[in-house]
Design a protein. Sequence first.
Length: 317
Amino acid sequence: MIRVIIILLSSIAFIAQSKPLTLTKTANEEQYVFNYEWLDQKDKKQTLSFALDRKGLNGSYRHFKALRPSLLKMHGTRQLKLAISKLDPKKGRVQLIPRHSNIDFKISSKDPEWANQTAFELQTVYEDTLNKVLKDNYYTEFPGFYNNSGARFFRPDHRRFAEESLDSLTPVVEAIQVKMPNAGARQVANYLLSWIQSIPYNTMESRIESNGAGFLPPLKVLDRNQGDCDSKVTLMAAIMKRMFPNLRMAIIYIPKHAVLGLNISHLQQDYRVTIDGLDYTIAEPVGPALMPLAEAADSSKRYLESGSYQYELLFVL
C-alpha cells in the first residue's frame, strides 16, 4: 500500500514582535532595486540595498507549486499499468486497487516465486516514478514524526533550493560584504537574523494543509517580502553559505517548525545541539521576534531537548 502526505511547516507563535521593516522596491529596465530599513535586536537602525535581475527574479522557480497527492497517484498508476501490461498473463494476474490517496495492487498466481518477484518489480516501478516526480517538482521524502499512521511524508527540497540559489543571491552577499567587510560568521548571522525576522511572516493558510503552496524559494521571499519558517531558513542558509563556503549548517525540523543550525565557534551559554559529534548553534530566522543567534524559543527548546527533531545537513563538504 502506498500512502501519501505532504508536510509543510508552520511558525511557532512568538510573543515579542519585531519592529516594522520598511522596503522600497523600484524597477528599471533590467533590475529591481531593494532598499530595506529596520531595527535590530538592540533597536539600532540597519539598512541594506541591492539590485536583482528582473528576468531571474521573475523566472525563479515560477513553476513551483503545491504537490498534489493526486499527481503522485496519477503518475504512479500510469507507470504501474504500463509495467503490468508487459507481464506474462499465463503466470498470473495483477489488479490495481485505487484508493483515495494511495495505490494497492493484488497479485493472483499459482507461482509464489513469480508473485513475489512481480510484487518487488512493481514496487520498484512505483518508487522510481515517485522519486522522479518528486525531483521534477522540487520535493523530497521526509520521514515525518507528526503521527503514527505509517504514512509517507513529503516536503519541499530545502537543501536543493538553497544550493541552487547561491549564485542568484550574489548581489545580496556583495551588499552585505560592503557593509561588513571584516565580519565573521557570528556577526553576519545576527545581522541576517534581524533582517529576515523582520520580513513579514506569511500566515495565508495552514502549513499542514497547504501541500507546499506557502513555501517560497529564497528569491521569492525577497520578491514578495514575506515568508514562513522553512522559506526563511532556506534563505538564510543560502546567504551564509555564499559568504562562508566552508561553514557547516543543518536545517533542524521540529513539529510544524524549522530552525537553522550553524557549526561555528560558540560561547558556553550558546543554545546548541550536537549532530554527528559537532555542535550546531541555533538560529531562529522566522520571527516576528528579534531573537539573536544562539537563542531558541521555549517552544523549540521543548522538542530539541527531548530529541524530538530531525535534521538535514546542508552543503555537505
